[in-house]
Design a protein around this ligand. Structure first.
Ligand code: PLP
Length: 447
């Protein structure tokens, strides 16, 4: 079992430099790469680059490799299916892998009512399907979503996204009829209130202001919400938030759509993050961790809502049999032990980060659930001035020491390792993170 990263070359090394140069010529410049990592192979939480350097991965390929890189049982399930059937298209034909996975997801989703499942290839496609189904079912044109939300980049999903302006620049006009409202970001309350004295004013505002002045609630199809905001900064709402919001929108028959693309499939320490908030959403969008890295998106909806007619929505590759088999095996591993491990190691990671927070003034907020943990960096704990440049420098310093991290929000770092992570790997991550902050701290005074 590996214990430490191993960095043998300057970063990027000679091979990595060669590939990055080629990438600069041939690959779309729209991607955002925080550091020059060129991956050759990976196992568990350990990533090997093309120069033989070894990194400890606390990104899981953006919260995707739920069972760790190349989990042997997932790889076996993929190989078995690949030998039998690679593709047939669930849009026009039946095959067992898709039907069996649909049954599994429908039974797993919270609530006793019957559910049905639509399959796509990505998170954006799962959200896109929810967006279209909400219109189809309600015949309403308006929708609500949240500032800071990331729902994907296809035109419909992008219209719901409100994360960074660069994601929308030059793409207007987007789909009309969407109103973004403030997310319950208690560390920086948009209403300048304090929890719990606020009485969850962000929900009251919807009824007292929005529905009274500009948005007739009976014209709203759905509210799209991440149970825990992901790209926006790993922001955990107060415990009552979703329940209160759900109760409010149900008064007007508005659908509650949980985008669990990032928070779902065990990452939060429960199969679906909405379970922490005791809400049974009308629809759940899933992707990322669902198939341990194989492309798959799924929309689980109450059967009475998923009432669209044949031909109204589909995708050639959606619910590919190999991805479906990888998902079945992933779910089995999650249920057997990994969700519990996410809860346990998540608590351990959070406790370790809270300990580090005592000695690092720049760690303004440590928050999360399970293995969806964020640290918000500030220049000063009192003023909470965001430390954007420090955030990026700390991530780069960690990379140079062999730890892979990702940013989220404007000034936060996310820790979203595979759900197989061990206590020893958490310890290693904490120690490198501590070193990375120390390495950057010397420069703080200059900013
Ligand atoms: N929804 C959420 C909550 C996400 O975090 C993401 C991706 O980060 C998406 C949707 C879009 O997923 P994809 O990149 O697979 O289209």
């Amino acid at each position: 079992m590996r214990k430490s990263p191993s960095i043998k070359t300057a970063l990027p090394g000679p091979q990595a430099s060669k590939f990055i140069k080629l990438d600069g010529t041939y690959v779309s410049p729209s991607y955002t790469r925080m550091y020059p990592l060129v991956v050759e192979k990976a196992r568990g939480l350990w990533v090997y680059d093309v120069d033989g350097n070894v990194f400890l991965d606390f990104t899981a390929g953006i919260a995707v490799n739920a069972t760790g890189h190349c989990h042997p049982e997932v790889v076996k399930a993929i190989k078995l299916q690949a030998d039998k059937l690679l593709h047939m298209s669930g849009t026009d034909f039946y095959y067992t892998a898709q039907i069996e996975l649909a049954e599994k997801l429908a039974l797993l989703a919270p609530g006793n009512e019957g559910k049905r499942v639509y399959f796509g290839n990505s998170g954006a496609e799962a959200v896109e399907a929810a967006f279209k189904l909400a219109r189809w079912h309600t015949k309403c044109e308006l929708n609500l979503a949240f500032f800071g939300a990331f729902h994907g980049r296809t035109m419909g999903a992008l219209s719901l996204t409100a994360s960074k302006a660069v994601q929308k620049r030059n793409y207007n006009p987007l789909v009309p009829g969407i109103t973004h409202i403030p997310y319950p970001y208690c560390y920086r309350c948009p209403y300048n209130l304090c929890y719990p004295q606020c009485d969850i004013a962000c929900v009251n505002w919807l009824e007292d202001t929005l529905f009274r002045t500009t948005i007739p609630p009976e014209e709203v199809a759905a509210i799209f919400v991440e149970p825990i905001q992901g790209e926006g900064g790993y922001i955990v709402p107060p415990p009552e938030f979703h329940r209160k919001m759900y109760q409010l929108v149900k008064k007007y028959d508005i659908l509650y759509v949980a985008d669990e693309v990032q928070s779902g499939m065990g990452r939060s320490g429960k199969m679906f993050a909405m379970e922490h908030f005791e809400v049974n959403p009308d629809m759940i969008a899933l992707a990322k961790g669902i198939a341990s890295g194989m492309p798959l998106g799924a929309l689980v909806a109450r059967s009475k809502i998923m009432d669209w007619e044949a031909g109204s929505h589909a995708s050639t590759f959606g619910g590919n049999p190999v991805s479906c088999r990888a998902a079945m095996k992933t779910i089995e591993l999650l249920e057997n032990e990994l969700i519990q491990n996410a809860a346990d190691q998540g608590d351990y990671l959070m406790a370790g980060l809270r300990e580090l927070q005592k000695s690092h003034e720049c760690m303004g907020d440590v928050r999360g659930k399970g293995l969806m943990v964020g640290v918000e960096l500030v220049k000063d704990r009192e003023t909470k001035e965001p430390a954007r440049a420090w955030r990026n420098r700390i991530i780069k310093a960690a990379f140079e020491k062999g730890l892979l991290l990702l940013g989220c929000g404007e000034n936060s770092i996310r820790f979203c390792p595979a759900l197989t992570v061990t206590a020893a790997e958490v310890d290693k991550c904490l120690s490198i993170f501590d070193d990375a902050i120390h390495a950057v701290a010397g420069q703080h005074a200059k900013d």
